[in-house]
Design a protein around this ligand. Sequence first.
Ligand SMILES: Nc1nc2c(ncn2[C@@H]2O[C@H](COP(=O)(O)OP(=O)(O)O)[C@@H](O)[C@H]2O)c(=O)[nH]1
Ligand SMILES: [Mg+2]
Length: 181
Amino acid sequence: MPKEYVVLFAGPMGAGKTTAISTLSETPVVRTEAVNTDRGRHEKASTTVALDYGEITLDQGDKVRLYGVPGQERFDFMWRILRERALGVVLLIDDASASAMADLDTYLTAFGDFFAQSRAVVGITRADVGVQRSADPYQSRLDERGLALPVFVADARDRTQMLTLLSALIVLFELNPPTKE
Ligand SMILES: Nc1nc2c(ncn2[C@@H]2O[C@H](COP(=O)(O)OP(=O)(O)O)[C@@H](O)[C@H]2O)c(=O)[nH]1
Ligand SMILES: [Mg+2]
């Protein structure tokens, strides 16, 4: 029976989330304006947040729903549902950004539950025009935090490289299926 997965693409602005989803998706990418209903945290009754959506069918017929989630995380209803349904996270970090290592720390914390459960992979984008130009310093940061998860240098414009990231995440998930509560 074909399965269906939800995968989140997270990371700071400019890291390549929209590009990655466009590169991977078989369907035209939909940019959704979603209503943020978290009234407790925001002045306005509702604000809109944009998210990218695409789909890909894997070799075995499994379908993956790909969501690009905006820079800052909002802990409202919509995010809780997306997070609960998500198999895992592809975290993209822009190696050409001066804040790349700080961004990694921020997102490791924001998606700490996924990282702790080994349901995350990291893609270092823009390494060709980047600062470190290598996955090593980022991998070391994960090691320091006790997270033995893969870090790849990956160009968001390259479908094969994005498929490698996605496949690595799915393999991790299948090795560590979430325990039912
Ligand atoms: N040179 C280079 N550019 C990249 C790479 N990955 C992504 N980009 C570019 O980075 C830019 C930002 O990507 P975008 O998808 O808009 O980022 P988002 O804000 O995370 O959605 C786009 O112009 C991409 O083509 C890479 O590995 N190398
Ligand atoms: Mg984008």
